[in-house]
Write a protein that binds this ligand. Structure first.
Ligand SMILES: C[S@@+](CC[C@H](N)C(=O)[O-])C[C@H]1O[C@@H](n2cnc3c(N)ncnc32)[C@H](O)[C@@H]1O
Length: 265
């Protein structure tokens, strides 16, 4: 099987992916694109990548396009990533008056580790009810993985030991080496598809929005559009968290910086 794409095929895939996700892949991503499309082509028994792309563009099968988009997104994530945000969130939860449900949105939730980390912390600080976490992502495969809530045990190395004991179940038998997020947590966490480049579904308003490690893939106009679409979903005293490598400083938004990677309305 030939595993290189012609220039035309590569640009066609880049254009297709950009039209769906808003993310423009550079030439540097060519090996990644080829590697991932290779698996999809193999699945259909198509020998040449260029033939696969031609078929993709001719047939425009929505399910196959979703598979391509899923394969090309970068889903890297882990539990309790960027711990300063969780320390800040812990203080907000402690100060929460408890009249209203404390609501948090993980706005590019990938396989769900971020949303479940938030849930563990809120369960610790607020108890079993009175809070809710929504996770959304462009990738349907990631949304399904997040709903399954099963992770290899080695992914739990940043989860505090007591949290593991209280909020995760250790797999046995054919689930050996895996953990399942407890039912009590899962009841307060839900996942859906949402594309940050399009009109958002109605999600309600949030005390905190995690918009982390996703802006990095967009150019400034797209970043600005995303932040201005997301920020109105903050409650008046709400906070938006970005990844520590992502700054909003050059963007026209209604948000003011509070500390590194934390913004308020
Ligand atoms: C690197 S992960 C970040 C996961 C998590 N927020 C974290 O910080 O660990 C980036 C996620 O953004 C999602 N994504 C990319 N473009 C998106 C879009 N236009 N709308 C919604 N999600 C998108 C990807 O599918 C991927 O799961």
């Amino acid at each position: 099987m030939s595993d290189s794409l012609s220039k035309e095929s590569f640009l066609a895939v880049v254009g297709l992916f950009e039209s769906v996700s808003g993310i423009r892949l550079s030439e540097a991503k060519r090996p990644l694109v080829e590697g991932r499309l290779h698996k999809l082509a193999q699945r259909l028994g198509v020998r040449r990548l260029d033939d696969y792309v031609r078929q993709l563009l001719e047939q425009r099968d929505p399910a196959e396009i979703v598979r391509v988009v899923d394969k090309l997104t970068t889903n890297e994530t882990y539990f309790f990533r960027e711990p300063q945000h969780f320390e800040f969130l812990a203080r907000l939860a402690e100060d929460h008056g408890g009249h209203e449900t404390f609501r948090v949105w993980s706005a590019a939730s990938s396989s769900g580790e971020e949303a479940y980390s938030i849930a563990m912390l809120l369960a610790e600080k607020l108890g079993p009810t009175g809070w809710e976490v929504i996770g959304t992502d462009l990738s349907t495969v990631m949304v399904e993985t997040a709903r399954r809530a099963v992770y290899p045990m080695e992914r739990a190395r940043h989860v505090p030991r007591e949290y593991l004991k209280r909020h995760c179940l250790r797999g046995h038998g054919d689930q050996e080496g895996r953990l399942l997020i407890s039912r009590a947590l899962r009841q307060n966490v839900r996942f859906d598809n949402a594309n940050l480049m399009e009109t958002l579904p109605s999600l309600g308003s949030f005390d905190v929005i995690f918009l982390r490690n996703v802006l990095i893939y967009f150019d400034n106009p797209a970043k600005e559009a995303i932040v201005n679409r997301v920020a109105p979903l903050l409650k008046p005293q709400g906070y938006l968290f970005t990844g520590h490598a992502e700054s909003l400083s050059n963007l026209a938004t209604q948000l003011r910086p509070v500390r590194t990677a934390v913004y308020a309305r």
